[in-house]
Design a binder for this molecule. Structure first.
Ligand code: ADP
Length: 271
């Protein structure tokens, strides 16, 4: 927040002004550093699948008499890398949209139970495919003020992760808790769990516990960052409770009354 006012009346105030300027310039420097770090991470993420595509196409181009099954396998790998690039670009676009459209929140009265039910129904085929039992426990009809498209996106990301990081035969349970003035959307899985050290970083952009694994499943490392941006836009928060090998529970807390109208619903200021 750069809107600090200093009233200059004497030497002390000049010293104070100096302090304010220093703190402002430190903040700007920090922002600058974050920006270049982000560009460098994003470029790296984009270059990795491109490098694979390059190697695969060159092998096909410069080798003669490739057996058909090998040919098909390489084409399949190229296709997968293209999907990965598409996912990444979609997530990057979504991320900038969420970060930049802070004022354009679509505030609506939403039945959150119904929204959750729809999200679960839509993701059921994905869970079935992996032999995971995806369930939703209906509580009561709870109406909250929120941006339904954005909350749906956040819920999708949480359920999608729960399904992705839970082995076949496991369970994912979606529910809703009411805690006084706020609700918590709960996504609980019986998956691989997350260590305490990793829990401190999973909401950072591009952080993945197991990069190779996440790539395999089409992960971009942006899913939870997007969930956190959406939570903060709503003046809510997202929390995780987990232990390695013991499954994970994510809770997305949202104020029932919605974010306060008209105020800058800024995303988290990163350290
Ligand atoms: P990704 O696209 O890799 O899934 P996310 O930002 O959604 O990126 O998640 C960051 C990392 O957090 C993941 O790579 C994964 O290691 C871990 N993670 C997220 N959700 C879960 C979960 N339900 N169970 C175990 N690990 C998870």
């Amino acid at each position: 927040n750069f809107a600090t006012r200093v009233h200059i009346k004497g030497k002390n105030e000049i010293a104070e002004l100096g302090k304010v300027f220093n703190s402002m310039s430190a903040k700007l420097e920090n922002l600058d550093q974050q920006r270049s770090e982000f560009v460098s991470n994003a470029s790296h993420e984009l270059k990795t699948p491109l490098a694979s595509i390059k190697i695969l196409t060159e092998s096909l181009l410069y080798q003669d008499n490739i057996p058909e099954n090998v040919y098909k396998e390489f084409l399949g790998d190229i296709n997968q890398e293209i999907d990965r690039l598409t996912n990444l670009i979609n997530d990057l676009l979504l991320m900038t949209k969420i970060e930049n459209d802070k004022e354009k929140m679509d505030r609506q009265q939403v039945s959150i139970d119904l929204l959750l039910k729809k999200a679960v129904v839509a993701l059921k085929p994905l869970a079935d495919q992996k032999d995971i039992e995806l369930s939703f426990t209906w509580n009561q009809n709870t109406v909250i003020t929120c941006d339904p498209m954005r909350i749906r996106q956040a819920v999708n990301n949480l359920i999608d992760n729960a399904v992705k990081y839970t082995p076949a035969g496991g369970r994912v349970d979606v529910g809703l808790e009411v805690h006084g003035e706020e609700v918590a959307i709960v996504v609980k899985d019986t998956g691989e769990g997350i260590s305490k050290e990793d829990q401190a970083h999973i909401f950072d952009r591009f952080y993945r516990v197991d990069k190779a694994r996440s790539r395999e499943t089409g992960g971009t490392g942006l899913g939870l960052y997007i969930v956190q941006c959406i939570a903060l836009l709503h003046e809510g928060r997202v929390e995780v409770e987990s232990e390695k090998g013991q499954g994970s529970t994510f809770r997305l807390f949202l104020p029932i009354a919605g974010p306060s109208a008209g105020q800058d619903m800024g995303a988290k200021e990163e350290k």
